[in-house]
Design a protein around this ligand. Structure first.
Ligand code: ZN
Length: 666
C-alpha cells in the first residue's frame, strides 16, 4: 500500500488564488452551482441532461414503464429464387398486432429493395449500397396487397387494399380501422431482382452457379412507437434498420443443387437433406470441435440430395422472436458446424476461400461464447455465410468476407456482436447507429482480446475503441466534427460519421468503464440495459438512465459531452506554489480544466526522496468551476518535485503539453 500524503484536499479556488494561478480562460464558460437559482439558466457542465420526460412508457430510471407497449409483426413468407432471371418472387402474410393505445387507419411498410429503383427520389444519388446497374434498378414490384380475415362458412375474405409508395416506404390504407389490441393480417405478393453485390446483400458468380446473400428482400413492417409514431425515415443506404419483433415462418424454393441457410431452425431437414448430412448435423449439435457437414470433395455429387429429389428443393425455416430474416444460398457451399451450450454454430463458404474459412465455425463459437458475457445468446443457431458482402448482420445469420483468418475473426466477431445490438436489443439503427455499432465496437474488444491476447497492436486501433487511436484520428482530422448523436445520413463527412457510429462511442464506454467508474459496476449496468431492453425498442435516454440507475451516478456531464456535443478534454497543471512552514512543505497545485469536457483527474506526484504516488481526484473537483487547487503537505525531504496529470496516458486529453509541472533546480 502506498503511503498517503499528510494532507490531501481539493478546494474550490477563492478569487485571489484563481488570480494567482492565472489559469487560461476556458473555451466555454462553466457556470457554478451558486448561479443555479430559479430563473437563472444553469450552464454548468453538471446540469441535468435534457432528455425526453419520463412517462408511463419509459421510466426515469431507464426501464420500460408500466404502460410500455410495442407492436408485433409475425410473418409467413413463401418465396422462390430463379437464378436465370435473378428474380425472387414471394407471397407473405403479416399478422400485425396493434398494442398501441391508438386506432390505426393505415400502416407503413418498408421496401428497401426500392433503393436501387427508378421509382424513388433517390435515383439521382449514387450509392455504394445500390450502385447503378441498368438491368437491376426496378425495385420491388407489388402485385397485390390485401387484408385477410375470416368470412362466413369458414372462408377467408381478402379485400384488396389501396397502397401508396413513398420511395422506400409504402403506406397501406386499411379498409377497417385497427383498434388498440386489435390485429390485422396483411397479404402481400411481390417480386424483385437481386442486385449485384452491394453493401448489405448481393450475389457472386461461380462456375457452378450464383452464390447469394439475401437481405432486405421482402416487405417489412415499419416501427410504430410511443416516441415518434410511425418511423418512416427513408432507407438511403448508410443508415440501417428499425424493425418490429415477431415470429417468422419462411419457405424458400431454389434449384435442387442449392444449399440454403437462413435465420432460424431448418424445420424440414428430412425432406431436403439426405440421412448422412442429417447425421452429421446431429453430431455437430453436441460437438465442441468442427464437424464437416458438406466437404469440398462432395460438392456437385448426387449424394448431397435426398432420395427422389426433383428439380427444386424447398427449405422451411422458423425463427421465434426476431426482427428480421435473411438467408444465403449457393450450389457450392462447403458447410461446417460445431456447437456451444446447445447452440449450433454454422459456417457456409465456397471452396476458394477454404484457407481463410476452415475454422470459421469455431470463430463463430468463440465470438458468441465471449459476447454471451453480456447476456446469454438466446437463439438456437448462429450462422456465418461467405460472399460478396464484406460484413453484415441479421438475426442468427451474418454475411462475412475477409482476406486472412484473423481479419475474418474480427469481422465475424463484430457481426456476431450485432446479435446483441440490435438483434436482441432492438434500437433504431437508422437514427442512432452508435446504439448498435458503437456498443458492438465496445464489446468486440473483449472477444478479440480473448482470441488474440498477444496482438496488442490490432487492439490499439479505433476499430476496438482505442483511445490513443481516437486522439490520433482527431489530431489529423480536418473536417467538421459532429456529435455521436447525429445520424449517419445527415453527417457531412463520412469519415467522421463512421467513427461517430463505431469508434468514438466505444472509446467513451471504455473510458467510462476503465477510468471513471468501477469496471465491474459498469459491466453490471451494461448487462442490466441488455436485460431490460431485450426484444424491445430503447431510446438513447433509456440507456443513459439505466446506466445512471445501476451505477448510482448522475452521469449527465459524461453523456452530454461525449454523445450530444463534440467536447474535448484538456486538463492542465497551471502552477504549483510551495510554502515552507514549521518543518513542512505546503504545495498548492493549481489545476484547470481548459476545454468543455470534464473528467476525474489522475495525478502522479514525484517527491525529492524518490517516492512516487498517484492520486485520483473525482470529477466533482470541477463542480464549482474550471479551476481547482489540490493541496499537499509533506516533510521537506519529501518535497514534491514533479506533478503530472494523466501519467498513464489513458485520458482523452487533447493537449498534453500543459500536463506536467517540474520544480526548478536549486
Ligand atoms: Zn457493425
Amino acid at each position: 500500500m502506498n503511503k498517503l500524503p499528510v494532507a490531501l484536499r481539493v478546494l474550490a479556488v477563492p478569487a485571489v488564488l484563481a488570480v494567482l494561478a492565472a489559469p487560461a480562460a476556458p473555451v466555454v464558460a462553466q457556470g457554478s452551482l451558486a448561479e443555479n437559482r430559479r430563473g437563472v439558466p444553469d450552464t454548468s457542465v453538471f446540469r441535468p441532461l435534457i432528455a425526453a420526460a419520463p412517462n408511463g412508457y419509459r421510466t426515469a430510471s431507464g426501464m420500460p414503464g408500466p404502460l410500455y407497449w410495442q407492436q408485433r409483426a409475425d410473418y409467413v413468407i413463401k418465396a422462390s429464387l430463379e437464378p436465370a432471371t435473378q428474380t425472387i418472387t414471394g407471397s407473405e402474410t403479416i399478422r400485425y398486432a396493434n398494442n398501441s393505445p391508438d386506432t390505426l387507419r393505415f400502416v407503413w411498410i418498408q421496401l428497401d429493395m426500392n433503393l436501387g429503383s427508378r421509382k424513388t427520389r433517390f435515383t439521382p444519388l449514387d450509392h455504394f449500397f445500390f450502385p447503378e446497374d441498368s438491368a437491376f434498378h426496378i425495385g420491388a414490384t407489388i402485385e397485390r396487397v390485401a387484408a385477410l380475415r375470416p368470412a362466413a362458412r369458414g372462408k377467408t375474405a381478402a379485400p384488396t387494399l389501396a397502397w401508396w409508395l413513398n420511395s422506400t416506404m409504402m403506406r397501406v390504407d386499411l379498409d377497417r380501422p385497427l383498434p388498440p389490441k386489435g390485429s390485422v393480417t396483411l397479404a402481400i405478393d411481390w417480386h424483385y431482382q437481386v442486385p449485384m453485390a452491394t453493401g448489405r446483400t448481393g450475389r457472386q458468380a461461380y462456375p457452378q452457379g450464383w452464390l447469394y446473400q439475401i437481405a432486405q428482400w421482402y416487405p417489412r413492417m415499419a416501427v410504430y412507437d410511443d416516441v415518434r409514431g410511425w418511423n418512416t425515415d427513408q432507407y438511403q443506404g448508410p443508415s440501417e434498420f428499425y424493425l418490429e419483433y415477431g415470429d417468422f415462418d419462411v419457405t424458400l424454393t431454389l434449384p435442387a443443387q442449392y444449399t440454403v441457410a437462413g435465420t432460424g431452425v431448418l424445420e424440414n431437414a428430412a425432406q431436403v437433406l439426405p440421412a448422412t448430412i442429417r447425421r452429421r448435423l446431429a453430431a455437430a449439435a453436441h460437438a465442441d470441435t468442427i464437424v464437416h457437414i458438406i466437404t469440398a470433395g462432395e460438392l456437385g455429387g448426387a449424394a448431397l440430395l435426398p432420395p427422389g429429389a426433383g428439380a427444386t428443393r424447398t427449405w422451411h425455416f422458423t425463427a421465434p422472436r426476431v426482427r428480421d430474416f435473411a438467408w444465403g444460398a449457393a450450389p457450392n457451399f462447403i458447410w461446417d458446424a460445431t456447437s456451444w451450450d446447445g447452440i449450433l454454430m454454422q459456417a457456409l463458404y465456397p471452396p476458394d476461400v477454404t484457407d481463410v474459412w476452415k475454422t470459421a465455425a469455431d470463430m463463430n463459437r468463440h465470438a458468441v461464447m465471449i459476447h454471451s458475457r453480456w447476456l446469454h445468446y438466446p437463439w438456437p443457431t448462429a450462422i456465418s455465410v461467405e460472399g460478396p458482402v464484406g460484413g453484415m448482420e441479421y438475426p442468427m445469420i451474418t454475411f462475412d468476407n475477409a482476406e486472412t483468418p484473423k481479419e475474418l475473426y474480427y469481422t465475424m466477431a463484430h457481426e456476431q456482436g450485432h446479435e446483441w445490438f440490435p438483434m436482441m436489443v432492438g434500437s433504431d439503427e437508422r437514427l442512432y447507429p452508435w446504439m448498435d455499432e458503437g456498443f458492438n465496437t465496445f464489446i468486440d474488444w473483449f472477444s478479440f482480446r480473448d482470441r488474440y491476447p498477444t496482438d496488442t497492436v490490432r487492439l490499439r486501433t479505433l476499430e476496438f475503441g482505442s483511445l490513443p487511436a481516437y486522439l490520433e484520428f482527431l489530431s489529423q482530422y480536418t473536417g467538421p466534427e459532429t456529435p455521436i448523436m447525429e445520424t449517419q445520413d445527415r453527417s457531412p463527412n463520412g469519415l467522421m460519421s463512421g467513427w461517430n457510429a463505431y469508434g468514438k462511442p466505444a472509446v467513451a464506454l471504455h473510458f467510462l468503464r476503465e477510468q471513471v467508474v468501477d469496471s465491474n459496476a459498469f459491466d453490471a449496468a451494461f448487462r442490466e440495459y441488455v436485460r431490460r431492453w431485450i426484444y424491445r425498442h430503447p431510446q438513447p435516454e433509456d440507456f443513459f438512465r439505466t446506466m445512471d440507475d445501476v451505477l448510482g451516478e448522475d452521469l449527465s456531464w459524461f453523456w452530454r459531452s461525449w454523445f450530444y456535443r463534440t467536447d474535448h478534454l484538456d486538463q492542465a497543471v497551471d502552477s504549483v506554489v510551495q510554502t515552507d512552514t514549521a518543518g513542512h512543505v505546503l504545495s498548492r497545485v493549481f489545476l484547470s480544466s481548459r476545454r468543455e469536457m470534464v473528467a476525474p483527474v489522475e495525478i502522479r506526484v514525484t517527491r525529492a526522496d524518490g517516492s512516487v504516488e498517484t492520486t485520483k481526484l473525482p470529477v466533482e473537483t470541477w463542480l464549482t468551476g474550471p479551476q481547482a487547487v489540490w493541496m499537499l503537505v509533506n516533510p521537506p525531504a519529501a518535497r514534491p518535485v514533479k506533478v503530472e496529470i494523466d501519467p498513464r496516458g489513458v485520458y482523452p486529453d487533447v493537449d498534453r503539453s500543459n500536463n506536467t509541472w517540474t520544480a526548478k533546480g536549486p
